[in-house]
Ligand binder design. Structure first.
Ligand SMILES: Cc1cc2nc3c(=O)[nH]c(=O)nc-3n(C[C@H](O)[C@H](O)[C@H](O)COP(=O)(O)OP(=O)(O)OC[C@H]3O[C@@H](n4cnc5c(N)ncnc54)[C@H](O)[C@@H]3O)c2cc1C
Length: 366
């Protein structure tokens, strides 16, 4: 039985994208998964041939729904090599001016440069930008920069007297040090970034001073939607694995799926995924049509990241202790989803955002 089918409300373009992602997951991933970097190269080539590879690089709002469809289906494979199927997104540089596009955004999209987003401040030393001749001087410390060790440049969010702003800061700039490299539960690599009077030219500012927060949250919102797509896909994988295990023959007696106890536990996995999928497509469609709201997205991100931890954990329990092997995709997915209750906004802060939208801002009609 299929892991997923195309969501009912999708139009022809997104159904085609779903079919292409489904074919990639079913035919290319099983062979590529065991081959490491060679397998990733095969996935990349197949994704390019299928017209999927550049999806994360498209700026049009409707591409967000297509990207949601594809990310969800690829994640439902549970395969590690799915990450090679979508090319790097220029992220905040998507709408940068011509010179910054040529110098930074295009090389990122081509895989020639790596960038990292330095947003989260160390509470003891928030990063501040002070105007200096021809640019800014940065002081302070960022505490959690994913991919920071390997990045060629950083997009740094800084406070200034004119309001928050975003600056592109090149690796090797005098006055910048990477510090405290660490790995998280999901295997992600991160570091802190220390700014000690680092000079950044004005030409490397993204947009206007004062607009940094709005710009940053446009990107953070996009990433929240992508995390939710991955979370729903991985939950679908967990349901599929649990169904396979319950239907498998046992050395003695009936299979687990013939007994009502395991059937009840299975329904408790299936139902939250059914609901989460409906929420995912509701919010993704709103954003693709330019009608998305931060509170809708916050609700989606909290709901899917918390449901994913619960569903992956309960699926592990149903599948038995062999699924706890560190290299089992179910165990790996469990480790991966836990961090999403922090990344791109901690759950409780997003809950507060939902409450304020309704109680203080008069938004949030259901
Ligand atoms: C895998 C991963 C990747 C990340 N990558 C990046 C990155 O690339 N760039 C980057 O800049 N950051 C990154 N982050 C950091 C991430 O943005 C922060 O972890 C997140 O914003 C939460 O902040 P914090 O961890 O400092 O938690 P804290 O702010 O210390 O909050 C801890 C807890 O306290 C509670 N809390 C906090 N404030 C309030 C409040 N006002 N009211 C009520 N409760 C509250 C919440 O329950 C929260 O879970 C990453 C995090 C993870 C897990």
């Amino acid at each position: 039985m299929s892991v997923l089918t195309a969501f009912e409300t999708l139009g022809p373009t997104d159904r085609d994208a779903f079919a292409a992602a489904d074919a990639l997951a079913e035919t290319v991933f099983p062979k590529a998964e065991a081959l490491g970097e060679d397998g990733d190269a095969q996935v990349r080539d197949a994704a390019k041939a299928a017209g999927l590879f550049d999806l994360a690089q498209r700026a049009a709002p409707e591409a967000l729904l297509t990207l949601t469809v594809v990310r969800e289906r690829l994640a439902a494979s549970g395969a590690r090599c799915r990450k090679a199927a979508l090319g790097p997104s220029p992220g905040l540089l998507q709408n940068a001016s011509g010179a910054l596009q040529a110098r930074f955004a295009e090389p990122v999209a081509q895989g020639l440069r790596r960038q990292a987003f330095a947003f989260t401040d160390d509470a003891t030393a928030p990063v501040h930008a002070t105007p200096a001749e021809g640019g800014y001087r940065l002081r302070g410390r960022k505490s959690f920069v994913t991919g920071g060790l390997a990045a060629d440049h950083f997009i740094v969010y800084a406070q200034s007297d004119a309001g928050p702003l975003l600056l592109i800061v090149e690796e090797g700039t005098a006055g910048i040090t990477r510090a405290d490299p660490f790995e998280t539960l999901d295997g992600g690599q991160h570091c802190a970034l220390v700014f000690d009077d680092a000079f950044v030219p004005e030409a490397h500012r993204l947009g206007e001073a004062g607009q940094g927060k709005a710009q940053a949250f446009t990107q953070i919102n996009r990433t929240r939607l992508m995390l939710a797509s991955e979370a729903v896909g991985l939950m679908a994988y967990a349901v599929h694995r649990a169904a396979e295990h319950l239907q498998a023959p046992r050395p003695k007696g009936p299979c687990l799926g013939d007994q009502e106890g395991p059937q009840l536990r299975f329904a408790e996995l299936w139902m939250p995924v059914f609901a989460a999928r409906a929420l995912l497509y509701r919010v993704a469609t709103q954003f693709a049509q330019g009608e998305g709201t931060p509170e809708g997205l916050a609700a989606l991100k909290v709901h899917t990241s918390e449901a994913a931890e619960h569903v992956l954990s309960r699926a592990l329990q149903l599948c038995g202790a062999h699924a706890l092997r560190a290299d089992d995709p179910l165990a790996r997915s469990y480790r991966e989803v836990r961090s999403w209750q922090f990344a791109e906004g901690a759950s409780d802060l997003l809950r507060l955002r939902v409450a304020k939208a309704r109680l203080a801002k008069g938004r949030g009609a259901l």
